[in-house]
Design a protein around this ligand. Structure first.
Ligand code: MLC
Ligand code: AMP
Length: 517
């Protein structure tokens, strides 16, 4: 039987010389470590053997909330290798958020930092998890201690292409977060398409500076390098100066727009500094045309913008080279997310799900081997998000022009994308509305020079109540991941409403759009 385990595919792309460097850590307190391809193979085998020794049912969830480190990457590889399901969690999530994810996913294993072990293990044991390990950035913790007792050889578990590999939680416009279920086949097909489409070269070197608990850093960047047998220059956290200094040693960089904005503020960013770079990729949030243009002027490079989401991995990309499907066009056009990737179907539809002609604006829907299997234990929600023909409704609004370029012009989902992280207003409003003295609230996204967009909360009070904006923000900080906290809060007499009584968020966005400019 063929093995479609994603780890097996990545492993088979390792270079012949297993002693060559696979990952080198750079910047920060944990710089200067070198991991060979053999190290990645052996370390992931030891962790996979540890997981095997727990005798878990195949497909068990392994939930991980740890700081970025190469060992965390090894844990991801080991989870795939052992045939289990990786569940990455943003380190910014607080106890209430973690309690929901663990309760919903029922992981067999939870890995957290030593500092969080007390509260995380309490939540995990309550949810029925039997194994809680720790892992810190400095390579300490019980996970590595236990794995050290296991063999460094391991045969990857047999997996079918549509077996589950990862669950990524994404919030929703209503209700709680949904776990998007991605299969080994979803991710392998996408990695292979991008390897070709972005012209990965044998001597490529990737600078990895994104977090590894979301699609961009974990899949696009890591799968991209590993499927090509390319080494990674690894930063546990983004530092614009350190990245700019690394450019002469690298060829590929991937970032959310905020990373490009911050690097443009570095005087060291010059044409000479990036002379060896082959490709700059941006995604996860709209790249402002100003940033796209300024990068071109400063570096001589045209950023390649692409578009994707947790449920679909990558969907579209500006061309790296001439695309034969689109009359050989090779132009990377700012303000667009490029062409639909090979093997994927994309259509723009009206409200009745009917395809619209080129140039018209509507809902973006996609179908293909990249599209996820559904939301974890939410069959009804899953059914709602697919059309009868099997197209997934992205919730993004856009158009395809007559040359085939896709542009995202808005979202039908009420979502703020801040520094590449998704913030769902409904979740924040839910917390604010529960606070003493609050009558109702609206959270809207407004332009921000660094994060692209940030949340602003506007609320009204119950008669006679006094609510202090600072206290609202402080109360939210105690309960929610820091990137979700509105940057400003206003108490007003009333929220603008339309004749149907619905809050007109567009008016609020307009009113507060100049706050940070
Ligand atoms: C940090 N802060 C943010 C923020 N990140 N606020 C709004 N939005 C964000 N994204 C705030 C913190 O709350 C804190 O505020 C202060 O900034 C400093 O926190 P920090 O953690 O030290 O910030 P920093 O390290 O500067 O982080 C900024 C960043 C980070 C841009 C490096 O946000 C980041 O790595 N973003 C990348 C996200 C990503 O990988 N997205 C991919 C999703 S996948 P205070 O008040 O507490 O001090 C996806 C699909 C696809 O979307 O297509 O790729
Ligand atoms: P996530 O749920 O975190 O995977 O975020 C996916 C969403 O990010 C998409 O549905 C889009 O709204 C947005 N997105 C990703 N890439 C881009 C891009 N290049 N331009 C505009 N929006 C993007």
């Amino acid at each position: 039987m063929d093995n479609h385990n994603l780890f097996a595919a990545l492993r088979s792309a390792f270079p012949a010389n297993l002693d060559a460097t696979a990952v080198e850590t750079v910047g920060g307190a944990h710089a200067g470590l070198r991991y060979s391809w053999r190290d990645l193979d052996r370390a992931s085998a030891m962790m996979a053997n540890l997981l095997d020794s727990l005798k878990l049912p195949t497909g068990s969830r392994i939930a991980v909330q740890v700081e970025k480190s190469v060992e965390a990457l090894v844990l991801y590889l080991a989870t795939l290798r052992a045939g289990h399901v990786f569940l990455p969690l943003n380190t910014a999530y607080q106890a209430g958020e973690i309690e929901y994810f663990i309760g919903n996913a029922e992981p067999a294993v939870v890995v957290c930092s030593k500092a969080n072990f007390g509260w995380v293990s309490k939540i995990a044991f309550k949810a029925g998890t039997r194994h809680v390990y720790t892992l810190d950035e400095d390579r300490s913790g019980t996970l590595l201690d236990r794995a050290a007792h296991h063999s460094d050889a391991h045969t990857p578990a047999i997996r079918r292409a549509d077996d589950l590999a990862v669950i990524i939680y994404t919030s929703g416009t209503t209700g709680r977060s949904k776990g998007a279920m991605l299969s080994h086949g979803n991710m392998l097909s996408n990695a292979q398409v991008l390897q070709k489409y972005w012209g990965w070269q044998p001597d490529d070197v990737l600078i990895h500076a994104l977090p590894i608990f979301h699609v961009h850093g974990l899949f696009v960047a890591i799968h991209g390098a590993l499927i090509n047998g390319s080494p990674l220059l690894w930063l546990n956290r983004f530092d614009p100066r350190a990245v700019v200094e690394l450019f002469p040693r690298a060829t590929v960089f991937m970032g959310v727009p905020t990373l490009y904005v911050r690097m443009l503020a570095e005087p060291g960013l010059t044409k000479q500094q990036v002379a060896q770079m082959r490709l700059f990729v941006s995604g996860s949030a709209p790249l402002l045309i100003e940033t796209f243009d300024e990068w071109k002027v400063r570096t001589g490079h045209t950023i390649l913008e692409r578009y994707g989401m947790s449920e679909t991995v990558m969907i579209t990309s500006n061309p790296y080279a001439a695309d034969a499907r689109f009359a050989g066009q090779s132009e990377r056009r700012g303000g667009t997310v490029g062409f639909v990737l090979p093997g994927i179907e994309l259509r723009v539809v009206d409200e009745a799900n009917q395809p619209l002609p080129a140039g018209e604006i509507g809902g973006i829907q996609v179908r293909g081997p990249n599209v996820f299997k559904g939301y974890w234990r939410m069959p009804e929600k899953t059914a709602e998000e697919f059309t009868a023909e099997g197209f997934f409704k992205t919730g993004d609004v856009g158009r395809v022009d007559d040359r085939g370029y896709v542009s995202i012009v808005g979202r039908s989902k009420d979502l703020i994308i801040s520094g590449g992280y998704n913030v769902y207003p409904a979740e924040i409003e839910g917390y604010i509305n529960e606070m003493a003295g609050v009558a109702e609230s609206a959270v809207v996204g407004v332009p921000h020079p660094d994060f692209g967009e940030v949340g602003v909360a506007v609320l009204t009070t119950k008669p006679g109540a006094v609510v202090k904006p600072d206290e609202v923000v402080a109360a939210l900080k105690a309960r929610l991941a820091n990137f979700k906290i509105p940057k400003r809060c206003f108490v007003v007499d009333e929220l603008p409403r339309n004749t149907m009584g619905k809050v007109q968020k567009n008016l609020l966005r307009d009113q507060y759009k100049g706050l940070f400019s």
